[in-house]
Design a protein around this ligand. Sequence first.
Ligand SMILES: Cc1cc2nc3c(=O)[nH]c(=O)nc-3n(C[C@H](O)[C@H](O)[C@H](O)COP(=O)(O)OP(=O)(O)OC[C@H]3O[C@@H](n4cnc5c(N)ncnc54)[C@H](O)[C@@H]3O)c2cc1C
Length: 358
Amino acid sequence: MVLIAGAGPSGSYLAYLLAKEGFNVRVLEEHFTIGKPVQCTGVVTEAINDVLKLDSSIIVNKIKKVKVYFNRDSVEVDIGKGDYILDRCKFDRYLGEMAESAGAEILFKHRLNSATIENEKVKCNTNKGVIEDEILVGADGPYSRVGNSFNMLNGRKYKTAIQYRVKGNFEDEVYKIYLGYGEFGWVVPENKNSARVGIVGEGNLNLIFKKLLKVIKINKILENQTGMIPLFNFNTPLSYKNVYLIGDAAGLVKGSTHGGIVYGLNAGKILAKVIKEGGNYDKEVKKKIGKELWISLKIRQMMSYFKDGDYEYLMRLFKQEKVLELMQKYNRDFPSKFLVKLLLTEPRFLKFLKLMAI
Ligand SMILES: Cc1cc2nc3c(=O)[nH]c(=O)nc-3n(C[C@H](O)[C@H](O)[C@H](O)COP(=O)(O)OP(=O)(O)OC[C@H]3O[C@@H](n4cnc5c(N)ncnc54)[C@H](O)[C@@H]3O)c2cc1C
């Protein structure tokens, strides 16, 4: 009854939720296995616990401190309950197994090329022939063929995220962010000897990434995990008749940090409820996570206007004890509550918020 394109976290989690409710679910996955290639840093906040219980075998590290660098300056922030660093391949396979155990069927090496609606049924052209079903869900990542087939991507914009898994010497309890490299660069340690090192931004980032690698001093590159990140667009539809988009296919990614795992799982939860009970999927998504997605985009927009002096001023404001204390308490996946508190605690942040209005 439900055909899902893509066995990434969003597709598999939705497949699990629907199959356990007794729906007949099939998932088309273009690869011969789940979880490869990895194109993700695997950082999730504790907000994931509200959706899913993580098996400890999936967590490679837990990080409680973030250190932000700009030129020679730095500020270290305690992030309260901490972030999980996931083994993304194991995570995807774990969700795939949950879906299969609940009764969903995953069809490997099945690539959806295009889809149409005929006589109220979705008709999917795949490399294995035509597959029909009643409902089609595009969980097929940033360049969604499902979205493309129904003109739902609306001139979507993308960011490039270059990432290498590397060997070196790292502080295993600190996640480092480097401002002034593309939008930002990062070092996310798996342990003392390996880390995920990356940079996100627009255009050709190779030279800037090389510069960052020199600063970080790595010993060896283990794996290239580069990928594309879609930008959320409020004017893009998330559904058309009996076709729905979730996760990266829907562009449900935070504009500020570019994290999409938790929002993808949340969209799966919302869609499962709509398929089961009825309702307006687009409205429900916008009601539940739209505000947070909008604020995240605005934060990124504001930072795109930053000059060196703005970064320096921002670092000074963040170094205050009262601000650092606040940062421990609030979850980055839900910035709206945090921003209000931040302004009440330190009104000088208003200078930056004005840029959000441009
Ligand atoms: C370098 C990088 C670092 C990132 N770091 C983080 C992070 O730290 N934290 C975070 O939350 N997010 C991060 N993200 C974003 C995160 O990876 C995505 O938001 C997340 O993977 C979205 O999951 P998804 O299931 O919607 O899509 P995907 O993970 O892209 O899964 C799509 C699935 O569909 C399959 N597929 C694609 N096309 C077809 C087709 N035509 N037919 C059949 N199958 C198809 C693919 O093989 C894949 O299995 C990062 C992204 C990048 C590029």
